[in-house]
Design a protein around this ligand. Structure first.
Ligand code: COA
Length: 249
């Protein structure tokens, strides 16, 4: 275990803190594996009521580590990023996100699978997959058109337009926008600790019922997107765009 993921336990709440500030919390294969393991342990630990995912008060995450994409791209649906997202999708306990600053790529996508999202109004979200020669991932091509309508979703997924925390809350991607990162974290913690007062069985069944209608379709879409994403990572367009980021001056 490195300290790029910090695990903090407060009564029945497990906080997973992304902690790689020099690289804007960009997620490496090792970080995905640690996150997956922590989520799976939280899911099976009867003492844990809820999980909180956060970064710092300046940055949530700059998304997948771009050097990793070039040097060790995911090669199958068992790669660390897929294990992490599977453990998030299958987590029976409520997962809450506290977001500030940049939430790029998977940093935005993962929010679509959290139960509650508290965000600073000026957070900067973006899914620049097309801009990097890639394609949407982990169900966003299904969820966003349904949530926002085709026309708005196309702006985010076909143009890679960015948006802020206030917009994320207005569109239903986030639960609420708060004035700053500290306020977003405080609100997320307050709400996450509320699960201690609720019957865990009732909460878990309610979450399961909310997720059940889309589960099969989502699984199928995630597999399709995943296979195409892996292919795209080897495309000349993606290699040029990703190398362009690494070699920028
Ligand atoms: N992968 C690897 N390294 C990354 C990274 C990523 N996704 N995002 C940022 N970093 C690194 C930078 O290379 C830089 O490292 P260096 O100091 O060793 O040169 C450091 O983090 C700081 O990044 P910088 O771009 O200088 O910070 P910023 O505040 O000006 O901008 C972002 C922050 C998040 C807007 C910008 O870094 C960015 O656009 N990152 C790429 C996001 C992305 O495309 N993610 C993948 C989506 S699939």
């Amino acid at each position: 275990m490195t300290d790029a993921i910090l695990l903090e336990r407060e009564r029945g709440l497990l906080t997973l803190r992304l902690n790689r500030p020099d690289k804007k919390n960009a997620l490496t294969r090792a970080m995905y594996s640690q996150l997956a393991e922590a989520l799976e342990q939280a899911d099976s630990d009867p003492e844990i009521n809820a999980v909180l995912i956060t970064g710092s008060s300046e940055c949530f995450t700059a998304g997948n580590d771009i050097a990793d994409f070039l040097e060790q791209p995911p090669s199958s649906l068992d790669s660390p990023v897929f294990c992490f997202m599977r453990s998030l999708l299958e987590c029976r306990k409520p997962v809450i996100a506290a977001v500030a600053g940049a939430a790029v790529g998977i940093g935005t996508t993962l929010l679509l699978h959290c139960d509650l999202v508290y965000i600073s109004a000026d957070a900067k979200l973006r899914m620049p997959f097309v801009n990097l020669g890639l394609c949407p991932e982990f169900g966003s091509s299904l969820i966003l058109p349904r949530m926002l309508g085709q026309a708005k979703a196309a702006e985010l997924l076909l143009l890679g337009e960015g948006f802020n925390g206030e917009q994320a809350a207005a569109w239903g991607i986030a639960t609420a926008a708060l004035p700053n990162g500290a306020a977003a974290l405080a609100k997320a913690r307050e709400m996450a600790l509320r699960f201690e007062q609720l019957a865990p069985g009732a909460v878990q069944i309610s979450k399961q019922l909310m997720k059940a209608p889309d589960r099969e379709q989502l699984r199928k879409v995630i597999e399709e997107e995943g296979a195409l994403f892996i292919q795209r990572l080897h495309s000349p367009e993606a290699i040029a765009a990703l190398s362009g980021f690494i070699n920028r001056v």
